[in-house]
Design a protein around this ligand. Structure first.
Ligand code: PNS
Length: 156
């Protein structure tokens, strides 16, 4: 595949996301991580902080770049000449929502490839990491060191 996009909120990025970026870059020429600017939901980290944390965490992945997008994902894909959307599927519970999104995007001419999440990360989510960090839980194996440090700073 030429150029693929990994879209999401990434508030913040986790090791599960990074595993998908890495594996997407193994099977394509270029991976654009697209961070959604959601005007209805503030989130814990600002968009700029999320982008910076992803860039820092993906320094070892030369084919991966990070951008933001506002509006429809299919418009972003068209503007950037993206071949396909790549998303990780953790469990059956992800499937209904992801299938619906994929089918809407397919109607607009953009295909989606689902990647089975590594079982080591199948329980992982940004929300879970934030919850654990809030109560001083151990998140060292769930997020890169820069994200762990940013969470500790943000929540202290
Ligand atoms: O990490 P998330 O929050 O599950 O990511 C969801 C995301 C950003 C992939 C999805 O909400 C999205 O693509 N939003 C952009 C608007 C859009 O194109 N929606 C699909 C058709 S209505």
């Amino acid at each position: 595949m030429q150029k693929v996009v990994c879209p999401g909120s990434f508030d913040p990025v986790t090791n599960g996301h990074i595993d998908v970026f890495k594996r997407a870059s193994d099977i394509s020429n270029e991976v654009v991580v697209a961070v959604l600017v959601n005007h209805n939901k503030a989130g814990l980290f600002t968009i700029e902080e999320r982008v910076e944390l992803i860039r820092e965490s993906c320094k070892h992945l030369p084919k991966v770049s990070v951008e933001t997008f506002d509006g429809l994902l299919v418009d972003f894909c068209r503007d950037r000449g993206v071949t396909a959307i790549v998303k990780g599927l953790r469990a059956v519970s992800d499937f209904d929502y992801e299938l619906q999104q994929a089918q809407v995007n397919l109607q607009a001419g953009v295909d989606t490839m689902f990647m089975a999440t590594d079982p080591a990360h199948s329980f992982l989510s940004s929300s879970l990491v934030k919850e654990l960090a809030k109560y001083n839980g151990d998140i060292s194996k769930m997020v890169p060191p820069s994200v762990e440090a940013a969470l500790v700073k943000k929540l202290s």
